[in-house]
Design a protein around this ligand. Structure first.
Ligand code: MBD
Ligand code: FE
Length: 279
């Protein structure tokens, strides 16, 4: 491994922005709703300026920082860390299946297709303790869902994601697992490390200036799909993991915590079943 290209805030930010710009986005929001939302946003900001007596220097620093966030490509990062959990909560309303969590900035579509029992693509010398993650995708009545897919992506043992850190090969620790006829899967991977928001970019500066910490607990990202069912995007965390009680992205839920235990072979194993609502 070379050490010539180490991850930087501007590098991962730019990669996340470029990835996002490849998506086609639209929302069908009618003008009356745009107006009502915009009015409330501006009113909320006016209230903050008034309440805190915001000064001209503070206003100029804000303007500079907003420009910096754009220039570092960190809008996906900042928005997903600080606002996406609120949007996710609204989106989940009325669902009965497995709890959702935020997608975050580092999902990449079309990860390699893998069979129901598989190992995630990883480097020959991939660092980290092995983890076997197994389970079943079911409907609300408990019926296993053949045709389900489990997309899994996560950070490596240093907290970095492939496609967003230059030293990791594309596709590393990412896969689209096709569950068997009963919706079952058994995936071998490695234990990810906690994720630290880059401290050398404007999201990190903002966190530092506020005296907060830049950490997310170790997590697995998942997108689970089945024909006729509502796709669920979620994350799974690890019992007693560092930062689990104070995730900077406010995206943990008690229902989303794994407790892996060593099996007879000494390798950590854990079972987690996904329940999908009708589409
Ligand atoms: C992550 O890995 C993540 O999951 C989120 C939500 C934000 C930043 C980095
Ligand atoms: Fe993540």
């Amino acid at each position: 491994m070379t050490t010539s290209e180490s991850p930087t805030a501007v590098g991962s930010g730019t990669a996340a922005t470029d990835k996002f710009l490849q998506e086609r986005v639209s929302a069908d929001t009618p003008p009356e709703r745009v107006s009502a939302i915009a009015k409330d946003v501006l009113e909320a900001l006016a209230g903050v300026i008034d309440k805190h007596g915001i000064t001209y220097p503070e206003y100029r620093v804000l303007k500079q920082w907003l420009i910096d966030i754009g220039q570092f490509g960190e809008w996906p990062l900042w928005l997903d860390v600080f606002l996406e959990h609120n949007v996710e909560e609204v989106a989940y309303r009325g669902q009965h299946g497995t709890k959702g969590s935020i997608e975050g900035p580092y999902y990449v579509a079309d990860a390699k297709t893998l069979p129901s029992k598989c190992e995630l693509p990883m480097r020959d010398n991939e660092v980290g303790s092995k983890l076997v993650f197994e389970g079943q995708v079911r409907d609300l009545d408990g019926k296993g869902l053949g045709g389900a897919t489990v997309e899994l992506w996560h950070a490596d043992d240093e907290g970095y994601y492939s496609h967003f850190a230059p030293h990791i090969p594309d596709g590393n620790l990412r896969g689209t697992i096709v569950a068997d006829d009963e919706g079952r899967f058994e995936i071998t991977t490695i234990q990810p490390a906690p994720y630290q928001i880059p401290t050398d970019g404007p999201t990190g500066w903002f966190i530092e200036k506020a005296g907060w910490h830049p950490w997310r607990p170790a997590h697995l990202h998942l997108m689970v799909k089945a024909p006729g069912k509502r796709t669920i995007t979620t994350q799974l965390y690890f019992k007693d993991g560092e930062w689990i009680e104070n995730d900077v992205a406010t995206a943990t839920k008690p229902e989303l915590i794994l407790d892996p235990k060593p099996g007879a072979d000494g390798i950590n194993r854990v079972t987690y079943d996904f329940v999908l609502d009708p589409a």
